[in-house]
Write a protein that binds this ligand. Sequence first.
Ligand code: BTN
Length: 325
Amino acid sequence: MKATLKNEIIKRLVEADGKPISGQQLADEFGISRTAIWKHMKQLQEKGYDFETVKKRGYILTATPDTVDDAKITVALETEKFGHRIIYEESMTSTQTIAHNQAQDGASEGTIVICEEQTAGRGRMMREWKSTKGKGIWMSVIFRPEIPPYEAPQFTLVAAVALTKAIDDVTGVRPEIKWPNDLLIQGKKCTGILTELQADPDRVNAIIMGIGINVNHEQADFDEEIKDIATSLKIVSGKHIDRAALVARILYYLEIYSAQYVKEGFEPIKSEWESYSCTIGSRIRATTLQDVFIGKAIGITKDGVLELQLDDGTIKGIYSADITL
Ligand code: BTN
């Protein structure tokens, strides 16, 4: 079935808000036969959607699956552009790899690649990213900002603000940002961001932003190595979260904040980033590729560089590092 038609049928039934819509009405609206509509309904049922059929009056949507499939996200979208093209499969190697290929083939800004499970999910520094089936948000978003490559790291900070706000809106729990790209709740990691570029020396062609969020994990879903340092939104909020609704909210803020960043730069977003940060004001250890620096994080520059006051009083700008608090 064509994904967009399936999405449109679900959207129509959601908008009907419990009132039945007849097969004939759907057939007329979408310009296909009643038999074709009936076949689509059967296929949707196989995907976990359910309908009550009210005799002679039509279909009422009674259940949706606990997935992040394109139909569920489409219904919740509030954006102009972001998420209007969704590449969804139940299982993928890594959404990041697929999004890179899509970007190379010209995919437009706001295209997302998302799945229920990654078999080869990857994190920063070539680490493995465990992506348990049906529990998290494993998604890559394609951006096409007109910025020089050296500004791209700021995009991670902008995304961290967007993600923090979306998580707060949907769960009622507000994460803290650990510079540059982890979101923590009660000191444990719930979200990681992996920002990668396709660029020429002087211009960015695409930013591929990988977002991994532990959403409905129970404590037992985490492997031994990470169980003490990882958490999920369900564990901290005490409730099961609608992942598709959260994806839609994330896309809403990513669209707003990325547009603001391209227009006005990082400066107007910086104070919001600082207010969500657990790094600023803390004594930290920053491990870069060459060195380890210990000191007090006193702020970020307007370019998003972390400023560390070392014990001898000198200020060191940190561009990229692993931070321990
Ligand atoms: C990190 O904190 O190390 C970044 C983790 C990023 C994980 C996401 S999940 C979706 C996307 N696909 C991947 O293979 N990785 C990113």
